[in-house]
Design a protein around this ligand. Sequence first.
Ligand code: 0A1
Ligand code: ZN
Length: 881
Amino acid sequence: MRTNTGQIVHLENYRPTDFVLERVDLTFELDPRETKVEARMIFHRREGVSPSAPLVLDGDELTMTGLLLDQVAVPGTLYEATDDTLTIRGLPEAAPFEITVTTAWSPETNTKLMGLYRTSDVYCTQCEAEGFRRITYFPDRPDVLAVYTVNIIADKASAPLLLSNGNYLGGADMGDGRHFASWFDPHPKPSYLFALVAGDLGVVEDAFTTASGRDVALNIYVEHGKEPRAAYAMDALKRSMKWDEEVFGREYDLDIFMIVAVSDFNMGAMENKGLNIFNDKYVLADPETATDADYANIEAIIAHEYFHNWTGNRITCRDWFQLCLKEGLTVYRDHEFSADMRSRAVKRIAEVRHLKSEQFPEDAGPLAHPVRPTQYREINNFYTTTVYEKGSEVTRMIATILGRDLFKKGMDLYFERHDGQAVTIEDFIACFEAASGRDLKQFSLWYHQAGTPLVTASGTYDAARQTYTLSLEQTVPPTPGQSSKAPMHIPLRFGLLLPDGSEARPSAVSGAEITGDVLHLTERKQTVTFSGIPSEPVPSFNRGFSAPVNLHLTQSAEHRALIARHETDLFARWQALNAMALDNLVKAAAEARTGQPIDCDDALVDALLAAAGDDRLEPAFRSQVLSLPSETDIGREIGSNNDPDAIYAGRQAILAAIATAGKDTFARLVNEMSLSGPFRPDADSAGRRALRNSGLSYLVYADGSPDKAADAFSSANNMTDLSQALTLLAHRFPDARETADALAVFKKRFADNALVIDKWFAIQATIPGASTLDRVRALMSDPLFNASNPNRVRSLVGTFAFANATGFNRIDGEGYRFLARQILDIDTRNPQLAARILTSMRSWRSLEKIRAGHARSALEEIARASNLSADVSDIVDRMLK
Ligand code: 0A1
Ligand code: ZN
């Protein structure tokens, strides 16, 4: 296996290849134990390259069975095959030549799920980032674009379906129990977008006609019997195709678009040209088995992969340092799509919650890296929330700074200039500079400087002059490898609210560029004066979360309540309430830690209940208001010396106070939000379910009895309500008979549906408290658990480590020791999965010293182990540095 090589790849060392790859013809003879691949590649030497330069191809765990140059065997003196390269010398000086490599290997024993592997008797591939080199020796890098023809030969009975990228050319029976199919993809592509699927699957078929009249067949392949559960994914696909035409002017470019759902997959999904491969979790849904959150995820991920066809496939990355070029931009596009399909404000709240709970901790810990990094040891470890989500936020800021029309002009130019190319972030930015005439040099620091900027603000009002003066200061904290930072261009959308809730209209502003409601903060310190302000205003900053920053602004609960009542930006209203709650939760954690009585501010309770009970606001928004900042959010706000038990205790006390004060409101919500008629997954219905379940959970808190939750469990007629009721029972009353009964009923009912059983694992893994570790250990021996399926491992082990602050961070360190053993075990099969779950410990340095000491020991235990993969070794070394 590819163990830790310790080699670091540097952006500054990027060089184009010496040889240009023109065409690739692949023939696969599929067999679970010994698959044979013949790769015929036409190359020519790039102009100016030395005639003696050898061709160096990448490989990983391959057995080569033949090597030909223009159909003649290459003598052993002219080539050298090592673990990870094949070097061939004596090649023609200028003329094109053909290299034929044959390899043989076993898909069945490929437990890393990279390259070609088996999942539920189906052959499938995953080639991003460097999986293609596990299929054949190849220039496996994103700037090598070629046209592929693929021939697949397989047993006809067990693999009636043979798929690859592009358009179907034809196929035939071979008369020996085998058959073959040929595919041709006319669009030059890098190897990471190659895909092959073969097996026996059911299909859902539909069609789409593009704006210019191309008829596209749409096929979604799933396990037999699961076809009805792919209907929502198909609907989401058609909506995505239409939206991309209408909003970004992008049409699909092949005769067929295929999606295959598989049950063993390391990530969410993959955008292979014309043949997307999905984790089945993000395809399959019906009311009985999928929650509203599942439906929303399916919609977003189907869109994300489809949008990659232009942002990623037609225009790809020059090298893996540019990953955010396709990922940040495509996440931005899928966020905009979901905002158009659902409520924009509610979608934005969910995005910001996710960004703050996942990306902000990454940016504040030992794994912090720039959106466009300059070095890596293992590229698989850079599919991070910084590259994806912060990358999306950076794209959003370009749109905010330029405004809608110029952003669109820049995107159009990007598509026009770079179609068919492998490019860089600099190329991307240059399009917006050219389209707008605006210099984005300082703005580009967002790609290069890691760390979440901190903006501190304070205001003074001069009644005599009717001026309001804001003092703003920005600091970007030091991060690994970057000790000092330059000031950034931070676009802050803002409003100045007057005491009656209306917005002040300044007659003049000095000290900053202001465009519309955007204040451009560009200096380390900036003083901005607004004139013509009739009375002291309340500033509302970062409307819509226009910049991914931490904002420190001391504001009274009354001022926050004013924003919550009157802001015209709905997101800003939620933000004000959330900040008010966070202030209180931080205080409550401190009180819990020192054994003082925990005080819940009346202003908070009043503001939350007013918003929750306000019928003019959409239910989904009201539900977001009632969902308090998480334990992770509170820990992040406290920053250091964290005690997760105190944070938990403080939060519980605040929840209880709100529950008691709001009993009537919550009872009314539970009644009013109930839905009749058949289940519908649309955003409005989902919002009503969300608000009803928020109300129910507070009622259960106030009651102190499991009865209401047990009733809700028995009467639920969809997975959203059922899983919420089970969560309430398990988390509030882990030892009650009602909980044991409900867990048993749930398990029995869904035992044959692994994706639902994942919810059963996750609900139990997140039961607060020290004893959950024993429960998790016991669940690992449950027959429904499977240590080699990534979804099962993530649901149980991953959820425990990522989402159970009190259970995982036990004061005796057992949680960390448990995780260390799990990581070492998982690493022997699937290094990528092991490394990802290990990142759950990324904030260990912000714990109080007893826990931090245990965490360090566990990390050191991992670091000491022999035969660590490059993936885990990279993460653990950075965490200990
Ligand atoms: N490009 C995919 C994500 C992805 C990345 C790596 C994978 O295997 C290591 C698989 C999928 C996306 O952004 O959807
Ligand atoms: Zn992506």
